[in-house]
Design a protein around this ligand. Structure first.
Ligand code: C5P
Length: 248
């Protein structure tokens, strides 16, 4: 049971729905099988704080407000203060907002919500980065760029970073205390959709991921609860292997 709880705690389910009723029915369905719910732009742009209030009526699980803020320091810090009043647990800021915005977000939050810095979206690959003007070593090794962003996030006092499964290892080797939140998770042989830098739950956990954002692999499955259980078992096994390797 303890291992089940530890594995389920690692799963963040994004409430990527247009309609609040539908989102709430998914909260009801999955609240025993995931560790956190993520409210993102799709729901928040339409319903605002009501979305958070309604989810909270259904569960005590932590809430991650994923607004991926990217703006000047004053705007970012004021937005974080507004989020603080909503008592959410995590909020995201784009690292591209820069050092001053990241620092002002951390100061505005004061411990809660925890600030997660978005590094390079998992939907971007090298061709996209080249088009955006990145070049040299950062194009050859996306993980170098992500590591640089993670270092900045850590220097600014962020609690963690949002990264792909491919980059966790380097980050954990260099910044072991920084939480890693990993989207772009796909089960073995599943369609990756718009995600380009993907990993399986086991790969991500074995690389040191703290949390996995898993949306469509659960939402589009014919039996979401069964899929959650399969993922939980996969995470449990991976955590078991990690425990063994630490003892050895
Ligand atoms: O598993 P799936 O691809 O459906 O997950 C999509 C979710 O992951 C969305 O809520 C999206 O905002 C989030 N995401 C993220 N950071 C990325 C890529 C996706 O937070 N780099």
């Amino acid at each position: 049971m303890e291992h089940f709880m530890e594995a389920k705690r690692r799963i963040i389910f994004p409430l990527d729905f247009q309609d609040l009723e539908t989102a709430l029915s998914w909260v009801e369905l999955l609240k025993e099988y995931v560790g956190m719910f993520k409210i993102g732009l799709e729901l928040f742009v339409k319903y605002g704080p009501k979305a958070i209030e309604e989810v909270r009526k259904k569960t005590d699980l932590p809430i991650f407000l994923d607004l991926k803020l990217c703006d000047i320091p004053n705007t970012v810090s004021q937005a974080v203060k507004s989020a603080k009043a909503l008592d959410v647990d995590f909020i995201t800021i784009h690292t591209l907002s820069g050092r001053h915005a990241l620092k002002s977000a951390v100061e505005a939050a004061q411990e809660k919500p925890k600030i997660l810095a978005v590094t390079i979206l998992t939907s971007l690959d090298k061709a996209d980065l080249l088009e955006l003007g990145f070049n040299g070593e950062y194009i050859r090794e996306t993980e170098e760029l992500v590591l640089r962003y993670a270092l900045l996030a850590s220097q600014c006092g962020c609690a963690g970073v949002v990264v792909s499964g491919k980059e966790i290892k380097r980050i954990k080797e260099n910044l072991p205390k920084l939480l890693t939140v990993v989207p772009g998770i796909r089960l073995e042989s599943q369609d990756t959709q718009d995600q380009l830098r993907t990993a399986t739950p086991a790969e991500a956990i074995l690389s040191g991921a703290d949390y996995l954002v898993i949306g469509r692999p659960i939402r589009l499955s014919e039996e979401p609860v069964k899929t959650c259980n399969i993922i939980i078992q996969e995470i449990e096994r991976a955590l078991g292997l990690l425990r063994c390797s630490k003892k050895a």
